[in-house]
Structures are given as C-alpha cells and as structure tokens.
Design a binder for this molecule. Structure first.
Ligand code: ADP
Ligand code: MG
Length: 338
C-alpha cells in the first residue's frame, strides 16, 4: 500500500492520510479506550479512583524544528515532551491526540518517518493515539500532541506545595541537552565524537521519567514537582513562585554526565549554560527531610538516579551558591560573583 502513495501529501487527501498514517498508530490493549479514531470525539473511561491529567505541546516549524530535521526524532520528541509533563504530575500516560498542519508539498516520506517515531515511542511507553485533526498549512508544518494520563485521586504532584526545609532533588543529569544544542550549532568545538553523540542524543531523545513520577506520587514522597524544560534555575524558580518560597541551589552538587563534566573542566563558564539551558526533561522535586530516605529507596527500586542539590528556604529568590560558597547572580548576558 505505502508504495502507491504519491511523493507529496497534496495528492493523498485528508482521509487516506488518516487511514494510512495515523490510524496505524493505535495500540491494542491500552485500558480505557471506549472509542478512538473514527468518530467525532474519542470516548475514554476514567476509573472512579483516579483523576485525569491533560497536557498539550506544540512543535512549530521555524521555531522548534526545521524542515531538514530528522522527522523520526521529531515524532519521538513530540511524544516524549508530553510524557514528561504527565510524569511531572505523577501520572501514568495512556492516550494522546495528534493535530497536524502540513503543507501539501510535504513529502509523504516525511510523514512515514514522523509516524514511525510516534509509533516507537508510543509502544515503549504504552500510550495510544485516540484521535486528532489533519489540516493543510500555508506556511510550514505544525504538530500538536495532547496527552492524557491518570493519577490516583488527590495524588497529583503539583508545583505549589514546597515547604521551607524541603530538600531539592533532581533525577539523572543536568545540562546535557543544552550542551548538545551548543555542539550542534557549532558553538563548542573540539568535542570528542562519543561525547558529541551522547549530548545530541540527550537533546533529541530526552528520557521522560514516568516510573519515577509514578513512584513519587504513589508514595506521596515529593512535594513541589516540575520537569526541567526551561532550565534548572528557571524551573526551580517556578516551584518557588508557586509555593511562595525561596531556594538555595548548590552548584557543586548538580549531577553532570561524564561528557558534560569534561566540557566544564575545559571551560568552567559553561556552568552558566548548564544552570540556565533547558530541555533536559529530568524531574526536579522537593522532599520533606523525613521522606529523603524513602526517595532514595524509590530511586533504587525504579532504577533512576536522584541527587540532592539544595534546599527550600524562606523568601522568594533562587540563591545559586558556587562550590566555594560564593553566591552567583545569573543574568542574561552571563553570570558574575557578588
Ligand atoms: P471531525 O470533522 O468530526 O472533527 P475529522 O473528519 O477531522 O473529524 O476526523 C475524522 C476522525 O479521524 C476523527 O476520529 C479524528 O479524531 C481522526 N483524526 C483526524 N486527524 C487525525 C490525526 N492527525 N491523527 C489521529 N486521528 C486523526
Ligand atoms: Mg465531527
């Protein structure tokens, strides 16, 4: 069938597109799908003991990606960023809607690869497509994924409940994605090949921390929770603003990958980029002192490393403290010591 499809979408038509490309993204065996693609709206069953989480993310050509970017990776990432949002609420992701705006001259090979990325990621995380929208676009490709997940009644992990004295934790390592972007844009030279591949991989294929989010929610182990999409300091700031608290962030404790560590050794000023760059999609969360042990236990059980990087304090500022104890001020143009 696929061989018969014309080389651009213009000659395929809306409904054959849905049939050929989007319908095959349905996964069998995902709970709660009473009706999926094919009617005016999906019908989804939410168990009485649970609450529905809903999130949407846009990928716009010219802003988030370019026409020459690998469409397979784009499909993967379109789901992953949404999975991360559900993870940051402590939920299990189940269902998604896909809305695309595509110029008629889009090669159908592009859509084949894009949907291959969606399918791979969907299968890995057990999320199925349940509907969407397909439209032409006069100027560039647009992709919106709306994802739904389930969380136990009253167990969603929100941003606004951090308390003074809470320890601040982060999963995985921080800064890889922004360093990967810097490498790709030619801003870092002389990076060894394996490190370059690793860092760009972290940018292209962020790892949504779904199991860790669910573990934290089930055990009620975390308070203020967010995923790191805007940058570590900015996202910690979001927790602080929502909670009406301040924070102390210890730069020397921030977990770095081997590749990032090597780059920072060469150029310590890269720490600024690591603190402010985004797209790591790690979980950043605060933990009551009495629950710290439990968080380490959950981390071991789920197999996701966590690192303590600071503490929630009174006030409204994120205070960034260097390894030598000096306070750092982050500005757009750079950072400086007091
Ligand atoms: P309506 O006009 O009632 O909104 P459409 O004709 O747009 O429905 O779509 C027909 C069916 O195909 C719907 O069930 C819709 O959810 C599904 N659909 C349309 N576009 C997509 C897409 N890009 N991905 C998945 N399902 C889609
Ligand atoms: Mg309709």
């Amino acid at each position: 069938m696929k061989e018969e499809i014309a080389t651009t979408l213009a000659s395929v038509g809306e409904f054959p597109l849905i049939r050929e490309f989007f319908q095959p993204l349905r996964l069998e065996g995902v709970a709660g799908v009473v009706a999926g693609i094919g009617d005016d709206a999906a019908v989804l069953a939410v168990p009485r003991t649970q609450q529905l989480l809903a999130t949407v993310d846009a990928l716009i050509e010219g802003i988030h990606f370019s026409a020459t970017d690998d469409p397979f990776l784009l499909g993967e990432k379109a789901l992953r960023v949404n999975l991360s949002d559900i993870a940051a609420m402590g939920g299990r992701p189940n269902w998604y809607l896909l809305s695309v705006g595509l110029p008629g001259e889009t090669p159908s090979q592009w859509l084949t690869e894009f949907t291959r990325g969606l399918r791979g990621c969907g299968e890995r995380f057990g999320v199925t497509i349940v509907g969407g929208n397909t439209t032409g676009s006069p100027s560039g490709r647009t992709i919106h994924v709306t994802m739904f997940g389930l969380v136990g009644q009253g167990r969603a992990l929100t941003r606004g409940v951090a308390e003074v004295g809470d320890r601040i934790f982060v999963t995985g390592t921080i800064g890889d994605a922004t360093l990967g972007l810097a490498v790709r844009q030619g801003g870092l030279i002389g990076v060894d090949e394996a490190d370059r591949r690793y860092l760009e991989g972290r940018l292209d294929l962020p790892e949504p921390r779904v199991d860790m989010g669910v573990a934290l929610a089930d055990a009620a182990a975390a308070r203020g929770v967010i995923d790191v999409s805007d940058g570590l300091v900015a996202d910690l700031g979001h927790i602080c603003t929502a909670s009406g608290k301040g924070a102390r962030l210890d730069v020397g404790r921030i977990p770095l990958s081997e590749a990032a560590r090597r780059l920072v050794l060469r150029d310590p000023a890269l720490m600024r980029r690591i603190l402010t760059g985004g797209e790591d999609y790690e979980l950043l969360f605060t933990v009551a002192p009495g629950a710290v042990e439990m968080v380490h236990t959950l981390s071991g059980r789920v197999g996701v490393p966590v690192t303590e990087i600071g503490e929630i304090v009174a006030g409204a500022e994120v205070e960034v403290v260097a390894a030598d104890g000096e306070r750092l001020v982050l500005e757009q143009g750079g950072w400086r010591h007091f």
